[in-house]
Write a protein that binds this ligand. Sequence first.
Ligand code: ZN
Length: 653
Amino acid sequence: MRAFAAVALLLAATAASAAPARPLVGAYDAATVTSLCNDGIARARDSFARMEARQGGAGFFDEWNRLQIEIEDVVNPIYLVGSVHPDKAVRDAADPCLTKYTTLSTELFQSERLFARVKATKPANARQAKLRKDLVEGFEDSGVALPPDRRKRAKEIFDRLEELRQAFDKSVRDDPTTVVMAPAEMEGMPEAYVKAQKKDERGNYVLRLDYPAYFPFLTNARSEEARRRYWIAKQNEGGAENLKRMDEIFLLRKELASLYGLPSFAHYSLRRKMVETPETVTKFLAEVKAAVSGVEKKELEELRAEKARETGKPLAETTLRRWDVQYYQERVRSARYSVDQEGLRKYFPTGKAVAFALELSQALYGVRFAERKVPAWHEDVRYFDVTDAKTGAFLSGFYLDLFPREGKYNHAAAFPVRGVSLRARRTPLSVLVANFNRVGLDQDEMETLLHEFGHVLHGVLSRTDYVTHAGTSTPGDFVEAPSQMFEEWGRREQPLALLARVCPECPRLAPDEIARLEAARQYGQGIKYSRQWLYAAFDMSLSLDPKPSMEVWKGLEAGTPLGHVEGTMFPAAFSHIASHYAAGYYGYMWSQVLALDMLSKFSKDMLDPKVGRFYRDTILAQGGQVEPADMVGKFLGRKPSSEAFFREITGRR
Ligand SMILES: [Zn+2]
């Protein structure tokens, strides 16, 4: 998942044999979802009961691994279809299954018998020692060591949080809001965009809130009034009920922490992350704010001057509004760097841009991808086998589901449907879900493609012993690092040259055009990171001390140069913190510190297969079985540094 404003969630979740595994996610109907779920959960409960009947630590790690596999084979594909299936009945059938799974998962982690067995295990190697530590923490965090009344309350809280998360996401996903634009209000929009939009019987355009419709409009539409209406509609996505849900979610999290005698949910959550304490996050966020505030002010002044120039009004009478930012940023960018985002689509035809991402990964990581026809949930969906280039061994598979549809998950995300386990000879499977323009990608979309494919690679190239540690099962403040790092390959001349290999007929970007694109991207870092700071500060504020979310948001947003716009409720669609990114949104920036630092190893040659292979082995393959700080230290050969990050966010790269 991408950070919010930029574009788009890596979603938490995670039969095998050495032969190419059958792709798991076929065509589902609502009745199949329900019966697969009920049968699967019943089987998992039987296994759970058998594990509880045994004693001692012997064999526990493998038993645990089998149980996790049993559960994820049922739940993860259902989680996926709940987000992407074209049939609403199927999507709706998924939610009750996820509720049953949350209940089972809490019961598992609250089982005193299993906890006693975990504690009795004697790890034979570092991977088992890490698994033991993670399991002990997982059991403790679910309340197994609490007195019975508190344990019961913890379970109620977990169940209720899952219900609220589902309802929150559903309100965003199924938000029926449309914005009607008169033909004149489409002025500035590219012809292809206008053609792709639905019209009503009066000849007006009916725009939905999905990104491929929304972002280009805010970037290009000349009418300020039209941009204002669309922006306000988007800021109300999710609806007022979601604000109530968010308030309840944060109060419940605070109560959960208090069951453990911890002062806040931030303390409860962060002790399991790289940063360990709220103080580290607070200090980091203060540094970010100090670094970007001046840059933001300067950039906003430039946009205001551009608005004055375009509207022909004196500067003193010109106010820059939130719905102006993207539009004037684009004007300044295209004037200063001659970059035309819409024009870029012909350089990156969507199918070829995907082929480029695949080619790049093959060159860098020593793998081969082969497309295969397999059944899927929609005709747009493609599937690829992944093999090792040197040995030819089958490693994994992934699906690509790239285009918007009604009712489909409307951000971009990688779904780790099946986690790897070498112990179980189980190969992984991931799904990239996005909402791209069908014709071609712009700069943001290219970044999103590489970002999400970075998550997919983390899933499908991981080689962990246990499924609990597979791929992206790392602490939340590290998990974005591999995907953020991979974005860089779409910005440099050397890797972009591979585009010609997969698309000889595509026009080629000249070196100075690539340099200008990069300069244009770096323009606006102050605005971008101030917004990221705001989201992270909002999350930390609610996680440390829950108050009505709209009040907190208004207060924080009012303190920014563009202020709060009455009648808007951004938090109602902030799914990240209604789900597991809570007390973790800072993690996007924390991960980026590591991403940009790791990138330094590729500074001489972005396509060096030796560095690529070392990265695949030390980072991607290790998933969560090694502490992030140790992995990164091994890859870099030194301690991580935040220098590259601070250069990036202040546009001084
Ligand atoms: Zn992500």
